[in-house]
Design a protein around this ligand. Structure first.
Ligand code: SF4
Ligand code: SF4
Length: 147
């Protein structure tokens, strides 16, 4: 089931230029109604149920009803992020709560090195050769078609 925003919990990200759910959705589905200052999913049938908007919302205002093997029928699942872990709360139809906490990173926040220490240049990006080639192929060089 696609994501949906619980209006009472959504504060429109306090009128920032772009809301957190708009920023994170890989399918550009979330929009903000500037009159009500509430976000909504404008194309529910296009939702990948990726949970990105659910996890990033600072107010836990977005819900996705997961598949039955993950979230039993009628239950809801709500994530709460911290800097190094995420707590999932599953609320069952009968009111029972279960919580699962998982680590989400091994590198301290803000310390990630985007290129992993393997610096690349614009020539590398244009090359058809993979980073580990030709060594990983056991060849002295990779033959490519010259334009
Ligand atoms: S991230 Fe949450 S609070 Fe912000 S606009 Fe989206 S649903 Fe509303
Ligand atoms: S669950 Fe994923 S695809 Fe669906 S609205 Fe949220 S961020 Fe977009």
């Amino acid at each position: 089931m696609p994501s949906y925003v619980i209006p009472d919990k959504c504060d429109g990200c306090k009128a920032l230029d772009k809301t957190a759910c708009q920023f994170i959705c890989p399918n550009d589905l979330m929009v903000l109604n500037k009159d009500s200052m509430k976000a909504f999913n404008r194309e529910p049938e296009m939702c990948w149920e990726c949970y990105n908007c659910v996890k990033i919302c600072p107010n836990q205002a977005v819900e996705v009803r997961g598949y039955a093997d993950f979230v039993p029928l009628g239950a809801t699942v709500t994530p709460m992020r911290s800097t190094d872990s995420i707590m999932w709360t599953v609320k069952f139809r009968n009111g029972t709560l279960k919580r699962f906490k998982f680590p989400i990173r091994t590198t301290e926040e803000g310390k990630a090195v985007p290129d992993g220490g393997w610096s690349t240049g614009s020539d590398d990006l244009k090359s058809p050769v993979l980073f580990s080639e030709p060594q990983s192929l056991g060849l002295p060089e990779v033959v490519t078609i010259k334009n």
